[in-house]
Structure formats: structure tokens, C-alpha cells
Design a protein around this ligand. Structure first.
Ligand SMILES: [Zn+2]
Length: 266
């Protein structure tokens, strides 16, 4: 867990501006409209000498409408990368909970799309909530997870098979609990199936995926307090990226590097 010590190390506006310029434009400024490098700066903005467009560091990124001061923005993003709960972040940044919730949603929406196909050994299980069910799998001893959220309150074999077709490599060992939907699953998708019978206190084959479900529930409860069926896909995606790519959350800089860069010059 990161300490509050780091909060005192929020860089200065000038430093943040420098980071952002480097991330968005690389070493040399260019016009985001016509890519010309003939660009002049005036006050906080830039102007292209070729196409005459004006732009700012963020105007052509998804942070184009950001009106917060850089330091406050950084503190907000820092809080999100550290998974500081909404309420605490609001107190810390002196922004309203509504604003914090909005920005956390924006950060979440710009996480990279990840898809993992699992192989070798795959642990698969389901979880249920109000108005949603979740099928999730994990490849043990790796950070690879795959999942699908269903709007129904139950999962049937067809859902499980569809999930396997998409996310589990043929020939893998599939470990599940003894639920009916997995009976004879190897006839529907080529896996070697093994089960734990929970009634007999067997848990070892599915312990990692059960641990992952536990982490997910703790994360959502701690950070967002509760989850609606509507928000579930968003929160789950955030959880999954945090789980698979923890390096993105070490520092606001890493997250911005992955999410903010303008497309490279063709
Ligand atoms: Zn231009």
C-alpha cells in the first residue's frame, strides 16, 4: 500500500505540465491538426504557423475539457491510481463526491481494452449479484483473468460454453466446482475437466479464482461502496485491469503514458 508520504510529493504545476507535454507530444511539439512542427507558443496555448489552428497541451486529448488546475487534477488521479475511496478523495481534494465520481468514471473509461485467452490450467467460477451474474476465470500463477457479465440472475451451460469458446484455449485443464452446468463440459469444448466438491471441503482446484472474487468484492465495496447492475461492467473492467496490469497504477504518470498519447505521426 502506498503511504500518504507520496501525497506530499505531488509535483508542481510546472512539472506536471512538462510530464503532460512529453507524454502527449513527445520530444518535439507538433500541430495536432496538420502535424506541422512549425508551432509557436503564446501564453498557455500554442498556434500552428502552417494551418493557423490554436491548441493547448490537452485540447486534442480526452482531457480536452478538463478545467481543474494541474495540481488538483494530479491529486485526483493519484487518488484513483491508489484506489483511495470516493469519500476520502473528496475530502483530500476538496472536490464534491459527485465530481470525484465523475472523474473516476472518466479515468476508468480510458483504461486500455484487454483480452486474455487463458491456457494450460484455467480455474472457472461464477458470482451473482442484484441483476447480474458473472463468469470469471483465472490462469493460476499468472495475472491473466477473463470474464463475462450476464444480465440474468443465473448462468447456464450455454453461457459457460460460450465463455470457454472465447477465452479458454482448447486442450487446457479446466478446474471448476461441482456445479451442474459444468457436468460433461468437455463434450462441448475440448478441455480436461477437474472439479472440487465443496461439500467435501475440497477447494484447492478453484482457490485462486475464489480468491480473485474475494478481491473483486473488497475492491468494489471499499472504493465505490456498492454496485448497481448498470455500473457492474465498469467496475469490473477497472478491477480486471488493476489486477492484470498493476504497473499502470503505480503513478499517475504511468497511467497517462498508456492512455493519453496522441496517435503517432503517420
Ligand atoms: Zn497545423
Amino acid at each position: 500500500m502506498k503511504s500518504m508520504y507520496q501525497l506530499n510529493q505531488i509535483p508542481s504545476s510546472r512539472q506536471i505540465e512538462k510530464y503532460i507535454r512529453r507524454i502527449v507530444f513527445g520530444k518535439n511539439m507538433f500541430c495536432p491538426e496538420c502535424r506541422s512542427r512549425k508551432v509557436v507558443r503564446y501564453e498557455a496555448r500554442y498556434r500552428c504557423l502552417r494551418c493557423r489552428r490554436k491548441f493547448s497541451l490537452l485540447s486534442h486529448t480526452w482531457l480536452g475539457n478538463m478545467k481543474l488546475h494541474y495540481e488538483k487534477f494530479w491529486m485526483l488521479l493519484w487518488s484513483w491510481t491508489c484506489a483511495i475511496p470516493i469519500k476520502q478523495t473528496a475530502a483530500l481534494t476538496r472536490l464534491s463526491e459527485h465530481t470525484v465520481r465523475h472523474w473516476f468514471g472518466v479515468f476508468r473509461a480510458h483504461l486500455p481494452r484487454e483480452t486474455h485467452v487463458l491456457e494450460r490450467i484455467v480455474q472457472l467460477d461464477e458470482a451473482y449479484g442484484k441483476g447480474w451474474s458473472l463468469v470469471m476465470a483465472k490462469q493460476p500463477d499468472s495475472r491473466k483473468v477473463a470474464y463475462v457479465i450476464l444480465p440474468e440472475r443465473s448462468v447456464d451451460r450455454q453461457d459457460a460454453v460460450k465463455f470457454l469458446e472465447q477465452y479458454v484455449k482448447p486442450g487446457s485443464k479446466l478446474h471448476t466446482d461441482g456445479a451442474m452446468i459444468y457436468r460433461g463440459i468437455e463434450r462441448w469444448w475440448p478441455v480436461v475437466h477437474g472439479t472440487d466438491i465443496h461439500a467435501k471441503w475440497e477447494f484447492s482446484k478453484t482457490s485462486e479464482i475464489e480468491g480473485t472474487f474475494g478481491n473483486m468484492r473488497t475492491f468494489i465495496r471499499r472504493m465505490y461502496h456498492h454496485v448497481t447492475a448498470e455500473k457492474m461492467p465498469d467496475y469490473l473492467r477497472e478491477f480486471a485491469v488493476r489486477f492484470s496490469s498493476p504497473e499502470m497504477f503505480k503513478n499517475p504518470k504511468y497511467y497517462l503514458q498508456k492512455s493519453l498519447m496522441l496517435a503517432p505521426t503517420c
